[in-house]
Design a protein around this ligand. Sequence first.
Ligand SMILES: NC(=O)C1=CN([C@@H]2O[C@H](COP(=O)(O)OP(=O)(O)OC[C@H]3O[C@@H](n4cnc5c(N)ncnc54)[C@H](O)[C@@H]3O)[C@@H](O)[C@H]2O)C=CC1
Ligand SMILES: O=C(O)C(=O)[C@H](O)COP(=O)(O)O
Length: 379
Amino acid sequence: MDNKINQMAKGITIVADSNIASLNDFFNHATLGQLSGQTVKIIPVAGRDIDAKLLSEVQPDILLIRSVTQVNEALLAENHSVQFVGSATIGTDHVDQDYLAMRDITFANAAGCSKHSVAQYVLTAILTIRPNYWQQPVTLGIIGLGNIGSTLAQYANDLGWQVLGYDPLLPSSTINNASLEQVLSQSNAVSLHVPLTSEKVDSDAKGSDYPTRHLINAETLAMMPADNILINSARGPVVNENDLKNDIAHTGRQVVLDVFEHEPTVADSLLAKLTIATPHIAGYTLEGKLRGTQIIYDALCEKLAIIPAQSMSNLLPLNLFLWSELKANPDRLSKFYDIMQDDALLRSKISDENPDKQVNGADFDGLRRDYHLRREWQS
Ligand SMILES: NC(=O)C1=CN([C@@H]2O[C@H](COP(=O)(O)OP(=O)(O)OC[C@H]3O[C@@H](n4cnc5c(N)ncnc54)[C@H](O)[C@@H]3O)[C@@H](O)[C@H]2O)C=CC1
Ligand SMILES: O=C(O)C(=O)[C@H](O)COP(=O)(O)O
């Protein structure tokens, strides 16, 4: 155990995004208080309300977030206490990890936590739009073959689909088997599973040699035949939304978005053109969210040098959703996941009373906060 954590001996104060699943079950006196005399105080706050003023006033030891809290110098400059930041998410584009390292603050994210949930979301979207794909040969393009992309490829393989995959940062393989242009031009549906990264400039070690910001733009959209579905459940700015709107206007392409360039705001001028639109809930299953909490809880226990005393298996109700059952009964898809209900809820937030003709940020966030977590299908 390091000295700084020892200095928390009188108590641990945690500021946490209130949208973290089962926060109180994982972070309490019984599950963290194994250090002698420790008390645990949790301050739950909406993720977008975790700001520099709060962290300066409260001076917590631990900060637990999800994807909507930007963690950087601006947030932490007036804070002298945080020693651990845990993000119960796969994505890390909201966290300046170099800054945390410079401050000697430990960082953990929840890699892979919702990989099955997101892959199942993508399959549901495709098979809802094109139910005939249960029976016929399909080529699925996957851009980014990490945890989610490779999990999606397994499901596709299971359905007898061909996979064309592109990931320039991984060695070639049976699924990493194509160029970007081949994936875009030769697939029936293309799904994006890349992190949000920006271009590398000489002085900026943070950039990527293969940046993904606006990876899908007028030029790359032009490579896709009009009947090729596009699905983005990665991060909004991976797709240039203006270029996408123009593309749909010209091609009539079927497009599924779970994430948006200007999230949490969604303009009706875009929404009206989408075949399916959902409020960033691709990973929102009970299993996916609990796994995210479990992973950062385990990482915090490691930091505190205590033995984890809580497990998501204690919190999960029985799960009767079997992938084998769905495969044998494709007509049950909407019972496994009714994606059109999520789509309708998002669209219902645009009303004639809303002069801006957009989904407001508060409504978008509200749909996510109150989301009825679905279940992950078991294999
Ligand atoms: N909509 C939602 O609810 C969720 C969205 N996500 C998003 O999905 C992203 C991917 O998740 P994972 O697969 O778990 O991440 P991962 O880190 O396991 O895999 C990402 C893959 O993308 C590849 N990659 C990077 N730049 C690329 C490029 N220019 N072209 C092609 N491939 C590239 C990497 O080499 C890596 O293999 C996350 O970063 C997150 O932003 C994650 C969970 C839920
Ligand atoms: O894990 C990720 O990365 C995600 O995109 C999350 O599932 C998004 O959920 P929130 O962190 O915004 O609740």
